[in-house]
Design a protein around this ligand. Sequence first.
Ligand code: ATP
Ligand code: MG
Length: 573
Amino acid sequence: MNEINNNNPLETAKEEKRSLNFVEQIVEKDLAEGVNDGRVQTRFPPEPNGYLHIGHAKAICIDFGIAQKYNGVCNLRFDDTNPTKEDVEYVDAIVEDIHWLGFQYGAIYYASDYFEDLYAFAERLIMEGHAYVDEQSAEEIAQQKGTPTQAGVDSPYRNRPKEESLDLFRRMNAGEFEEGAMTLRAKIDMASSNMHFRDPIIYRIIKHPHHRTGTQWKVYPMYDFAHGQSDFFEGVTHSICTLEFVPHRPLYDYFIDLLKDKDSHYRPRQYEFNRLNLTYTMMSKRKLLQLVKEGLVNGWDDPRMPTICGYRRRGYTPKAIRNFIDSIGYTKYDGMIDVALLEHAVREDLNKEAIRVSAVLDPIRLVITNYPEDQVEYFDAVNNPENEADGTHSIAFSRELWIEREDFMEEAPKKYFRLTPGNEVRLKNAYIIRCTGCKKDEAGNVLEVYAEYDPDTRSGLPGSNRKVKGTIHWLSTQHSIDAEVRLYDRLFVDEDPSSVEGKTLQEMLNPNSLQVISNAKVEEYLQGASEGDKFQFQRTGYFVVDKDSTKEHLVFNRTVSLKDTWSKIVAKH
Ligand code: ATP
Ligand code: MG
């Protein structure tokens, strides 16, 4: 788990035509052999108990990707077997996120569509001697399970008459018993080497209303009793999921064998791939819910969350996420992916898409003392050097400018090529200026910086070709607008937060994961920008307009800085 993959799969994926992943190989073989009459049907089966995260994106890309590639269909199926944790809020969000990621599903199904069929199957299992009602508590049942090397102990109810089990099961569903009073268990093998075969619980009493079926049911199937059969009912051919379900597969097959017509050739097959684990990231929905509930983040779409809606708000693009998933591939071995690779994919995509603008996050005033007081000039700023068709926009220049505080140093080290008294610097798209000094308060804080411009170095004139080592960005003070800028850093301090023990969630958080700059300045050009618009702030990073933004109060999120730590890692190897 702790091994970090430092190849650059993004490059590899681009350069060579990717070879088939193991699921694609299986599907191609099945198609060649005419398995399931050449049908390819997959599904994405989220439990609507939270928002989708980047790990789900990995599952979505293969479930939908396989269907797309092989002319099949991928349905969306909500595994809604636990009414206490599920909600339509999550259903709606999941649908929205799948669309946003760029995928189309065939149909929307729910495990609850099959409650009737599953219940009938359970009664049949009872009557065929494959299930019984157990009146022991969940704790007692767990104690009797044994260990992988030691057989379990039979329940005292294991051999009760089937009529008695059937009667109790019906009364369980009629609401006669309290939650936890009894369960329905499959009667399989208490000595099986697969723990999932040791008479697993298949139904339990839940009195909480269900978001779709209301109070119709008082018993609900366990996930393991619903999942494989739902695949079967729908006609799924390739049931793709993550590796932790490997030991569940024989149980699903066992139920399907009991369910299916003996002569039928059709059956769903499950294939498992490695789940996505990312450094500095936690993906358990339970933990993400806890972050939201305890107010440690600002909701599921907090831009620090690894949720799809969080990334969307952060300014990540669906394409960047898909490219990232494509680059890491699908294997049968669990591992940990460096989050810098995801950020790298985001930069790669935004580099092509985002319009370049100027913004000053930590403004200090620069006065061009030899520039006429009320003169204003307009310069052309290239929108995107990566794409000439994007054109230019104009940026106003005047005597008083905002520059970044860190672009001036009164006493500068030798290698400092920005503004320092006596030194020349190019103002991007405008003039070359020479710093002449600064004004300070009594405490020594710099209040204003002074410089003189050289009119012959106007951008485009021959004089502008003069060599100067530094180029800085700027804004005309009277032509800039105020903005709030939110800078995000990793939410967790630890590289592998899921493995940390003995700390509360709060203690694991990076205290500096959010920095709010309330007095940033941006170009006038951004005046009409609306939610989701993406820009590169020159020299600083990629930014997106947040949903909190209004006409009067612009708010930007930093999507990702310009510094590509992933490229650095790759260069080192
Ligand atoms: P959690 O364990 O965080 O609650 P889950 O796996 O139970 O999540 P589901 O809603 O059941 O969440 O997941 C739907 C599908 O997404 C499943 O097929 C599951 O295998 C897949 N999935 C979930 N997490 C990941 C991940 N980190 N990487 C790849 N696939 C994932
Ligand atoms: Mg699950």
